[in-house]
Structure formats: structure tokens, C-alpha cells
Design a protein around this ligand. Structure first.
Ligand code: GDP
Length: 179
């Protein structure tokens, strides 16, 4: 079985733990306690080998890091040997995209993007579907940034589950392609 290490990065409260829990357990909890340091979970998915059309099982070892400033110095320990990074912002918080961009810069500087698949996600899109005026980061702005930086990008909702499986599927396929 193929195993890949994936790290979640992003400001605190953007929904990193909620995304992992939606993906691994298919649940959402409004009152989840914040992550201290880092938490580890694993989950397998099936992808299709594009040549043979056969199913391939990929196991993700997922490291969910705490976004708080005081844990920032721990992050290199988690991203150093990572195969993929999921960099998360909140579509209703302007500053969270700035923080996400800082993580992308740090990853590119310290790890390089030849061997690391970086996927940007804009979370909490359910809030703007309910109330469009809550949106502060547009799809266009994030799409352009992701294209300029050569990142994968999707808007998601850990609450409704929108695009969560798709994001991990895309990362898995990309990792398999470049393995
Ligand atoms: P983390 O600090 O980045 O791990 O963020 P959490 O996963 O702890 O989530 C922070 C807060 O945002 C919690 O109150 C979650 O319930 C809430 N949250 C997370 N994802 C979503 C989402 O997709 N939609 C909405 N409406 N709230 C979310």
C-alpha cells in the first residue's frame, strides 16, 4: 500500500480539524476543542491508475497542526517530510488568506514545491451560501493566486461536506502521478 504524509496548515479557527474530521469520520462538530500542538489521524482512499484503470489504495497519514502563533515553531517538524500540504483559509476572514499565503511562501522556501503537492482550500463556504455579504475573499482572487503559485485550489465546507472528499481525491491522484 502506498502511504503519503499530509500536513494541514493555516490560521487558527479556519477549520483545519473540522476538515480532517469530515474526511476521516464524516462528522461535523460545532464545539470541537482546539488542537494543541498537532493531532494525527489516518485514512485510506481508492484512486484509479490512469494507465491500467485498476484501483489503487492510498493511505494518508494526516498531521493536523495548531494554528496558534505559539505553536508556529513546531510546524517545520510536520511539513519537513510531508508529501502534501493542505493550506486552509476561511472565505469570511480576510486575514486568513494572508496567513495562508505566508504558509505557502514558507513551504516553498523550506521544502520546495518539486516534491510537495500544495492544495489551497477556502473553507466555510456554507456561510456565504446562507449570507453572501459574509464573503470577503472572492473565488476569482483565490483562483488567480493559486494559478500564479501553481497550487491546487477548491472552496469547501467542512460543515456540509462540500468538496472535502474531492480535495483528498485530487491530492491522492496527483501524488500517485508524481510518485
Ligand atoms: P482549526 O483551529 O483550524 O482546526 O478550526 P476548527 O476545525 O477547530 O474550527 C473552528 C471553528 O469553525 C469551529 O467552531 C467550527 O465548528 C467552525 N467551522 C469549521 N469548519 C466550518 C465550516 O465549514 N462551516 C462553518 N459554518 N463553520 C465551520
Amino acid at each position: 500500500m502506498l502511504q503519503f504524509k499530509l500536513v494541514l496548515l493555516g490560521d487558527s479557527s479556519v477549520g483545519k480539524s473540522s476538515i480532517v474530521h469530515r474526511f476521516v469520520k464524516d462528522t461535523f462538530d460545532e464545539l470541537r476543542e482546539s488542537t494543541i500542538g498537532a493531532a494525527f489521524l489516518s485514512q485510506s482512499i481508492k484512486i484509479k491508475d490512469p494507465n491500467s484503470e485498476e484501483d489503487v489504495v492510498i493511505k494518508f497519514e494526516i498531521w493536523d497542526t495548531a494554528g496558534q502563533e505559539r505553536y508556529k515553531s513546531l510546524a517545520p517538524m510536520y511539513y519537513r517530510n510531508a508529501n502534501a500540504a493542505l493550506v486552509v483559509y476561511d472565505v469570511t476572514e480576510a486575514d486568513s488568506l494572508v496567513k495562508a499565503q505566508a504558509w505557502v511562501n514558507e513551504l516553498k522556501q523550506k521544502v520546495g514545491d518539486e516534491n510537495l503537492v500544495i492544495h489551497l482550500v477556502g473553507n466555510k463556504v456554507d456561510l456565504v451560501e446562507e449570507e453572501p455579504s459574509k464573503r470577503v475573499i472572492t473565488v476569482e482572487e483565490a483562483t488567480k493566486y493559486a494559478a500564479d503559485e501553481n497550487l491546487l485550489f477548491k472552496e469547501v465546507s467542512a460543515k456540509t461536506g462540500l468538496n472535502i472528499k474531492e480535495v483528498f481525491q485530487t491530492i491522492g491522484e496527483k501524488l500517485y502521478e508524481i510518485k
